[in-house]
Write a protein that binds this ligand. Structure first.
Ligand code: UGA
Length: 422
């Protein structure tokens, strides 16, 4: 927003984060963010505070961007952070304004929050709510924000819609499609998009399961299917499946909400999407156990990758860490490498060993597991690694390594969704 030319005040309750941000330091790894943060902080366009009351008196447009994680012990989304923000913001408002939700929420939430906002705002202040879901991908957050595929805005009046059109003027001028709709359609667009993406990934992973027993090859299948422009190649990579803080929790929250609305049958397939996805993690563990001659006891397993996908240090619901922790629980010594996510991984799963370079992670390994497809793993020298492992066996759980080169260097290789070697 600051880069688009607005004066921005960013608020968070975490004082350490705000302190770092004030100095232009991003509290997590995201390509391009550090540079953008520095330039906008230096220009004075972007400032930070821990006070919601400061924000309330500062702006005429307020974006709520807090997380909606899965509730413990339930499929539903935890909306308490949004509610806390609204309760802090609304009574402190000093002028008419628009509050805009960006968080992913169960359909129907925005209508309820709009009423709450009107109720909590001081007398004489007109505060409206709009919903403007966020579609950015971690790893491409800056690019997706400055050059989005589309903007979707749920608004209850033409005036509110006009405010958001004004906010996004530079993007509209550069041709970004802008879709105006009502609050429920805007909320649902986000949930439906993530459900579709998760379904696409689980579809190709289901095909991978069939390929393994039918002697077919899922990588070629994806290429061939993806050439059909109605299908498209993106999000059709079989392997270890999806993780992260979004797809999994969003399909579960959708199942919970659809059940409340009495239409559980319509999204029942998402349950299977989730099950196919968790099956991929078990499948990688099974392949690794086979290579370890049936038991992990006394085995050294090297794990390449801890982040839920490359170009992030996010380990929330990371498939790589789930696999590593499961194998550790079955008695192996597991040593994990990741270019950016080691610190977060250590906090999430402290009883794994961590190495700060690939060679150290692989020293003495009986099986090497390639679980997150960082570019640097594609460029590894199989001969150099062969010299340090105890047994040259690798599982490419992301179907991305040049496996012929690894075979030529003497490695036994396994990928996902290819014929199981007899
Ligand atoms: C996802 C959506 O792609 C964004 O559009 C959305 O805004 C975001 O969630 C959100 O709701 O905030 P993200 O979680 O950053 O973005 O990650 P993705 O790029 O969607 O990848 C999710 C997972 O799917 C990763 O673990 C990735 O490795 C996996 N994946 C992706 C596959 O297994 N196969 C594929 O073909 C593509």
């Amino acid at each position: 927003m600051a880069d688009l030319g607005h004066d921005v005040l960013g608020v968070d309750t975490d004082e350490r984060k705000i302190l770092a941000l004030t100095e232009g330091q991003a509290p997590f790894y995201e390509p391009g963010l550090a540079e953008l943060l520095l330039s906008t902080v230096r220009s004075g366009k972007l400032r930070f505070s821990t006070s919601v009351a400061d924000a309330a008196s500062f702006a005429e447009v307020h974006f709520i961007c807090v997380g909606t994680p899965q509730l413990p012990g339930s499929f539903g989304a935890d909306l308490s952070h949004i509610e806390t923000v609204l309760q802090g913001l609304a009574p402190n408002l000093r002028e008419d304004c628009l509050v805009v939700g960006k968080s992913t929420v169960p359909v129907g939430t925005a209508t309820r929050l709009a009423a709450r906002l009107a109720e909590l705002a001081p007398p004489g202040i007109s505060a409206h709510l709009a919903w403007n879901p966020e579609f950015l991908r971690e790893g491409y957050a800056v690019e997706d924000t400055l050059r989005p595929d589309r903007l979707v805005v749920g608004a209850t009046s033409a005036e509110d819609d006009a405010v958001l059109r004004k906010v996004y003027t530079p993007l509209l001028e550069s041709g970004t499609p802008y879709i105006t709709t009502d609050l429920p359609t805007a909320e649902l667009t986000k949930v439906a998009a993530n459900s579709f993406l998760a379904t696409k990934i689980s579809f190709i992973n289901a095909m991978a399961n069939v390929c393994e027993v039918a002697g077919a090859d899922v990588v070629t299948l994806s290429e061939a299917l993806g050439r059909d422009t109605r299908i498209g190649r993106r999000f059709l990579s079989a392997g270890l499946g999806f993780g992260g803080g979004c797809l999994g929790k969003d399909i579960r929250a959708f199942i919970a909400r659809a059940t409340e609305l009495g239409v559980a049958d319509s999204v029942h397939f998402l349950q299977q999407v989730d099950e196919i996805n968790s099956g991929r993690r078990r499948r990688v563990v099974d392949i690794a156990r086979e290579l370890a001659d049936g038991t992990f006891a006394g085995m050294n397993i090297a794990v390449l990758g801890a982040a839920f996908k490359p170009e992030t240090d996010d380990v929330r619901d990371s498939p790589a860490l789930t696999v590593a922790a499961t194998i550790r629980a079955e008695g192996a010594a597991v040593r994990v490498h990741d270019p950016k996510a080691i610190e977060n991984a250590r906090l999430a799963v402290p009883d794994l060993d961590y190495a700060d370079d690939v060679i150290k992670a692989c020293e003495g390994a009986d099986v090497v597991l390639h679980l997150t497809e960082w570019q640097e793993y594609r460029e590894l020298d199989p001969a150099a690694l062969r010299a340090v492992v105890r047994s040259p066996q690798i599982v490419d759980a992301r179907n991305i390594l040049p496996l012929r080169r690894w075979q030529e260097a003497g490695w036994t290789v396994r990928s996902m969704g290819a014929a199981v070697p007899s």
